[in-house]
Design a protein around this ligand. Structure first.
Ligand SMILES: Nc1ncnc2c1ncn2[C@@H]1O[C@H](COP(=O)(O)OP(=O)(O)O)[C@@H](O)[C@H]1O
Ligand SMILES: [Mg+2]
Length: 855
């Protein structure tokens, strides 16, 4: 391809190579007329992924280029697919008009789509798609850009917590310094967000130049690391989508300490916004709480869930508003009715300020403005409004002028496209109206001229005709030619007729022919002007859409509270919590409230700081732990909670750790991960934190695990960290006997003959027995195996063996249990299975297969 052949490639392919060379890591969409073409490796990679036909094109002597292409008007669809697959797509346009340019048309890359920069593509409605940036120095600087919502924020955190803060918003793409490409935390990021795209930039991107230009605020000088991260985002934007650079707002600093700290593992384990097995929203806390009716409301609710508050007054403000709405079903319904009619005002107004909005979207924006007064109207009859609702109302703009203007200018149903006309109403621009008249009435104008000339010349059969070569002409029969006046210019002589033109006719012809083109161009210009006008309202629109989103979330929380029978928790200055008859919001929703057994929990300074919960598998321990953490999160969001009564102090952090055996999702060297996560908790938890440890220490041998769990519990207790600890190590119940602030609880089971019945009731005191064997029986383990297990247990207990020697027991097992004499083929399958490499779904399928074979 290079070297000697290069001299002979066509000029167009020379141009292609030059461009491609500048963007080696992107798929190049090379504009050729009405198509974007891809060549060589790009074409070969992409064609099968997009279902395109791979063809060839002559690229010069002895060089044929594999090629595939997509029509320009369908391009976004294909770009979307590629970006979703993790590609970058560079759009190379013809930057001069091929009709007027001489020689090869000039082409340039005008923008590059990346997973983090896809604002004009289809985005998921209910979530944000962040481009994040990370700069590590003494502190960690983080910046996030959500182009479609016009959000640009940055912060600084200590180096230990940066991963949580970075991952919590689930960025699609992360920018970081290229020297970090090999860091160990890169693999952690990939483990947590398998779909994330990492882009490595060199040191110059993490300077301060660009961001200083944008900010001009001395106040921000303290935040060096954060600003450097923000700067990289600006540099990236400048390189990839330069047309947006001057449209975005200065980044805003946020303080993570203002929010209840939830680390990434907690967010995941508690299934706050998506579940653990398929990553969808189903069965997440969001799934329960989401009764919002606008996209911006849904997105804000998600944010409230992952960023609950820490300030007691702010929590109370939200509570007050929710309580108010809980009491007023009619008001709620009325508000929902109006909100339902609203489009995604947040994204529409952002698109407008980024100058990306199309006529169709502009009409949506227009129509939404019409409903805003209705909201104020609904509230007008109520005098004693809670403060938050009052604030929201004052946040909503009026926009009467803007609405009128848009109604005046924009046709009812404009198209998506900007350059095909059909956008602007009559009566807005005289030239436009004239052109349209001309186009619509061309025939009338022509016959008017015809009539006029007939009268003037006295030629009765003078008529206007048209052909491709001469355009419009007057046709006069041979007999009348002598009557033709001098200003008629002869064009053509045929046997019986002669054809003439006049300057007037030529002028009209010119007008008619170009009217169409001119209309489109003029409408385009006028639309751009209108867009500028609307963009002036961006602050107002943004504030309004945030107000509407907040209202939507509050109404949603109230509706859900009523429907699910939640109570308003009492938030106190006192540390700890008391939840009476608490429920798990998700499980009760799935199983039905009647079938869920509520449980109370109390954590109290000095007296009940750490609870050890024991009991058999499937007894309800994890549920109890999780519901407590979820209730804390809900309470600090300002939501009502699933309980009969709840009183809570404000927590600063919530941590949850699920023992390695329970956490299939990540498939890492699990025990190591579990321990490093525990280390993280021990370092970061305070006397105001809630820590939930579920079967910690499970990933290693019994005695190791037990000792580690014991030591961790003790350490947390010494730090006065509120802790719930579920364990199957009964030895840990000893802790309750040693320390006054550690209490034992167990999940109740009833024994009935040889079976057990789960009561799901959490009661004081330690469980007396593991019931593991009964559970095994319930799960369908064959009776002879259950009997054998009982026998072993009995022996173990009697001999009080400290460390059960596997070999001793195994050797006996072979002689006594003929079932294991010949190895069943599934055993080999299980051995061959690499647990680290399979997904939970694959694991389920595998189990399914095995079960089938054993039947
Ligand atoms: N309080 C409860 N009321 C009704 N069902 C429950 C309750 N707690 C748990 N369950 C049911 O039992 C199952 C197992 O509970 P889980 O908390 O995972 O037990 P453990 O952690 O003790 O093994 C849950 O999936 C749920 O269906
Ligand atoms: Mg459990």
């Amino acid at each position: 391809m290079r070297g000697s052949v290069k001299a002979e490639i066509t000029p167009m392919f020379k141009q292609y190579f030059k461009v491609k060379h500048q963007y080696p890591d992107a798929v190049l969409f090379f504009r050729l007329g009405d198509f974007y073409e891809m060549f060589f490796e790009d074409a070969e990679t992409v064609a099968p992924l997009l279902g395109l036909v791979l063809t060839k094109r002559e690229a010069g002597k002895g060089l044929t280029a594999p090629m595939c292409g997509v029509p320009v008007e369908k391009a976004l669809f294909y770009i979307q697919k590629l970006v979703d697959l993790g590609f970058k797509v560079a759009i190379c346009e013809q930057v001069e008009d091929p009709a007027t340019s001489k020689g090869l048309v000039k082409r340039e890359v005008v923008k590059i789509y990346t997973p983090g920069l896809m604002v004009d593509l289809e985005l998921p409605e209910k979530s944000k798609t962040y481009l994040a940036s990370l700069y590590l120095d003494k502190k960690a600087g983080l910046a996030f850009l959500e182009l479609s919502c016009g959000e640009f924020i940055f912060t600084e955190v200590n180096r230990e917590t940066f991963l949580s803060e970075l991952l919590k918003r689930e960025p699609r793409e992360i920018l970081c310094l290229e020297e970090f490409a090999e860091s160990e935390w890169i693999s952690l990021i990939k483990g947590s967000l398998p779909k994330v795209h990492l882009s490595f930039l060199d040191k110059r991107a993490f300077g301060l130049t660009q961001v200083e230009d944008l900010l001009k605020l001395p106040y921000y000088e303290r935040y060096q690391e954060g600003l450097k991260a923000a700067n990289a985002i600006l540099v990236y934007l400048q390189n990839y989508q330069p047309h947006l650079l001057d449209k975005i707002e200065a980044p805003v600093f946020y303080y993570p300490e203002e929010f209840l700290f939830l680390d990434e593992a907690t967010k995941r384990n508690l299934e706050l916004v998506k579940n653990l097995w398929d990553g969808s929203e189903k069965y997440s806390l969001f799934w329960v709480l989401d009764a919002t009716v606008t996209p911006m409301g849904a997105r804000l609710l998600k944010e409230w869930i992952i960023y609950p508050l820490r300030d007691i007054n702010q929590i109370k403000l939200r509570q007050e508003a929710v309580s108010f709405l809980v009491e007023k079903p009619d008001l709620r319904d009325a508000l929902r009715e109006v909100l339902k009619k609203l489009p995604d005002l947040e994204r529409l107004s952002t698109k407008c300020s980024l100058r990306l909005i199309n006529p169709k979207e502009m009409a949506l924006l227009r129509d939404s403005l019409k409903y805003l007064p209705e909201i104020k109207e609904i509230f007008s009859e109520i005098d004693q409004l809670p403060r938050l609702l009052r604030d929201i109302l004052s946040q909503l703009g009026e926009f009467t002028g803007l609405y009128q203007r848009l109604c005046e200018v924009l046709v009812e149903n404009p198209p998506y496209t900007l350059k095909d006309g059909g956008i602007i109403k009559r009566g807005i621009d005289p030239t436009l109206d004239e052109l349209r008249d001309l186009k619509d009435h061309a025939v009338d104008y022509l016959s008017a001229i015809e009539r006029k000339e007939r009268e003037k010349t006295g030629i009765p059969n003078l008529r206007i005709g048209y052909n491709r070569v001469f355009g419009y002409y007057f046709e006069v029969s041979k007999g009348n030619v002598r009557l033709v006046p001098p200003y008629f210019e002869r064009k053509q002589t045929l046997t019986n007729v002669e054809r003439f033109v006049t300057p007037e006719l030529k002028e009209l012809e010119q007008k008619i022919i170009t009217a169409e083109e001119k209309i489109k161009n003029l409408e385009y210009e006028l639309f751009l002007g209108l867009r500028e006008e609307v963009a002036q309202y961006k602050e107002d629109l943004k504030r309004t859409s945030l107000g509407l989103a907040t209202l939507d979330v509050l109404v949603s929380l109230a509706k859900v509270a009523v429907e699910n029978d939640y109570v308003c928790p009492e938030i106190t200055e006192e540390e700890g919590l008391y939840i009476e008859e608490g429920r798990h919001p998700v499980i009760e929703k799935i199983q039905g409230k009647e079938r869920f057994i509520p449980n109370s929990v109390e954590l109290k300074k000095d007296e009940a700081v750490l609870l050890v919960i024991t009991g058999p598998n499937m007894g309800g321990k994890s549920t109890y732990l999780r519901q407590t953490a979820l209730i804390v999160i809900m309470a600090q969001m300002g939501s009502f909670v699933p309980a009969k009564y709840a009183r809570l102090g404000v927590f600063d952090k919530v941590f949850t750790r699920i023992g390695a055996g329970d956490e299939l999702a990540r498939g890492k060297s699990t025990f190591m991960v579990e321990m490093s996560e525990c280390a993280y908790i021990l370092k970061n938890a305070t006397s105001k934190s809630l820590v939930v440890l579920d079967e910690v220490g499970r990933g290693t041998s019994t005695y190791d695990g037990m000792s580690i769990a014991w030591a961790i519990a003790e350490n947390l207790y010494e730090k006065k960290v509120f802790t719930l600890l579920a364990t199957h190590y009964f030895e840990l119940t000893e802790l309750g006997k040693i320390y006054t602030g550690i209490k034992n609880y167990h999940v109740a089971v009833k024994e009935w003959q040889d079976d057990i019945i789960f009561m799901y009731k959490v009661l004081p005191g330690a469980a007396n027995k593991s019931h593991g064997i009964e559970v095994a029986k319930l799960a369908g383990i064959p009776q002879e195996v259950v009997d054998r297990a009982k026998e072993i247990l009995y022996k173990l207990e009697r001999k009080n063996l400290k460390e059960p020697s596997e070999t001793k027991i195994a050797s006996k097992r072979v002689t006594q249990l003929s079932i294991f004499d010949r190895e069943h083929p599934v055993l080999q399958k299980i051995r061959n299975l690499n647990i680290e490499e399979i997904t939970p779904v694959e694991a389920l399928n595998f189990l399914w297969e095995i079960k089938k074979e054993l039947k």
